[in-house]
Write a protein that binds this ligand. Structure first.
Ligand code: FE
Length: 344
C-alpha cells in the first residue's frame, strides 16, 4: 500500500465495502457507510466488563448440591462449552479475514470495536468458568470433544477457510462471491443462529432465578451480538447494492441451503444440551425457535423464509427481536450509563 502524493480528496462514490481501492482506507471521511459509524457509537455507549457483575449467588448455587439438577448442570456446561470457543472464532474472522479486505474506513472502525467485544465475551466465559471453579480444560476443549459443538464450528471454519488464505484477494467475481459467502456464514449463521439456542438456555435459567449473574453476563453479550449481526447484515446488503452481479440466483439458493444446514446443526446441538427438555423448553420448542430466527435472518438479506413458524419462546423476542432493536438499545444504554442492571 502506498500514498499517492497530491491526490485529491476521495470521491464518496468510489467508497465500497470491498474493492474500494487501497489508498483511501486511512481517510475516515467522506463517510459513506454511516450504519457502521452508528454501530460504533452504540458499541461505545454499551461498553461493559464481565468483572462488574457479581457472581456470588451463582457460586453459592453451583456449590449447593440441591440448587440445580443434574440436567441443569449438564445444560449449563455444554452451553459454556460452545460459548468459550465461539467468540474466539468470531474474533479471528473479524481480525484475520474481514478487516484486511474491507475498504470502508468506517466499517473498519466498527470492526476494531467488534473485535474487542469478542474478546470481552471470551473474558466473560473465562470469568464464569473461573468463578464457579469449573474444570477449564474440559469446558474450553468441548468444541473438540462434543460432536454437536464440533459440527457447528466445523461448518463455519471449513466454509471460511479460503478467505483466511494469505494469498486470497478480492477483485474477481469468484473471490468476491467467496468473500460475500464468508460474510453470510459469519453473520447470518455463526452470529445469527448458532448463538441463539444457547442464549435461550441462559434466559431459561434466569427466568427460574438460577445462575442469574451468568445470565446477566449473557444479556450484555447478546446486546453486543445483536449489533454485530445488524452490522453484518448491513454490510451484506451494502455489497449487494454495490456489486449486484454477485447475488446470482445460484448464490442466493446456496445461502438458503447453508442456513437450512445450520438450522439442522443448531437443533442437534439444542437436543444435546437438553436431552429431556427443561424449564418448559423441549426439543420441539427449540426446533421451532431456531427455524423462526433463521427465517428472520433470511428476510433481512432479501431471501425467502423457509419455515414460517410462530416463535414458541415469545419471552425471547423482547430481547432479541431485531424489530424492537431501537427501543431495546435505547433503554439498555440509558440503564447501563446510570449504573443500573439489565432487566427485561
Ligand atoms: Fe460477535
Amino acid at each position: 500500500m502506498s500514498i499517492s502524493k497530491g491526490a485529491p480528496f476521495v470521491d464518496i462514490n468510489q467508497r465500497r465495502i470491498i474493492n474500494g481501492g487501497d489508498a483511501d482506507v486511512m481517510q475516515l471521511y467522506p463517510m459513506r457507510h454511516t450504519f457502521a459509524w452508528d454501530a460504533y457509537t452504540v458499541g461505545n455507549a454499551n461498553h461493559w466488563l464481565p468483572t462488574e457483575i457479581s457472581m456470588q449467588r451463582d457460586i453459592e448455587q453451583w456449590k449447593s448440591p440441591s440448587a440445580l439438577t443434574a440436567d441443569e448442570r449438564q445444560a449449563f456446561e455444554t452451553v459454556l462449552g460452545f460459548f468459550t470457543t465461539a467468540d474466539s472464532i468470531a474474533a479471528n474472522n473479524v481480525v484475520l479475514a474481514l478487516y484486511k479486505h474491507i475498504t470502508s474506513p468506517e466499517c473498519r472502525m466498527y470492526l476494531l470495536r467488534q473485535g474487542y467485544e469478542e474478546a470481552i465475551h471470551t473474558h466473560a466465559y473465562q470469568y464464569i468458568v473461573e468463578s464457579l471453579g469449573m474444570d477449564e480444560s474440559r469446558i474450553f476443549n468441548m468444541y473438540r470433544e462434543v460432536d454437536a459443538i464440533y459440527q457447528k464450528d466445523n461448518l463455519v471454519l471449513s466454509l471460511n477457510e479460503g478467505v483466511f488464505d494469505p494469498a486470497f484477494k478480492t477483485g474477481t467475481f469468484e473471490n468476491d462471491q467467496k468473500f460475500l459467502e464468508n460474510l453470510c456464514v459469519f453473520s447470518l449463521i455463526l452470529e445469527g443462529i448458532f448463538f441463539y439456542s444457547s442464549f435461550a438456555v441462559m434466559f431459561g435459567f434466569q427466568r427460574q432465578n438460577k445462575l442469574t449473574g451468568s445470565a446477566e453476563q449473557i444479556q450484555y453479550i447478546m446486546r453486543d451480538e445483536s449489533q454485530h449481526l445488524n452490522f453484518g447484515i448491513n454490510m451484506i446488503n451494502a455489497i449487494k447494492e454495490e456489486q449486484p452481479e454477485l447475488w446470482t440466483p445460484a448464490f442466493a439458493a446456496r445461502i438458503v441451503d447453508l442456513v437450512k444446514r445450520a438450522v439442522t446443526l443448531e437443533y442437534t446441538f439444542a437436543t444435546t444440551v437438553f436431552p429431556r427438555g427443561i424449564f418448559g423448553m423441549n426439543a420441539e420448542g427449540f426446533r421451532r425457535y431456531i427455524e423462526h430466527i433463521a427465517d428472520r435472518r433470511l428476510e433481512r438479506v432479501g431471501l425467502p423464509p423457509q419455515f414460517k413458524v410462530e416463535n414458541p419462546f415469545p419471552w425471547m423476542s423482547e430481547a432479541v427481536d431485531l424489530n424492537k432493536e431501537k427501543n431495546f438499545f435505547e433503554t439498555r444504554v440509558t440503564e447501563y450509563k446510570t449504573g443500573g442492571t439489565l432487566s427485561w
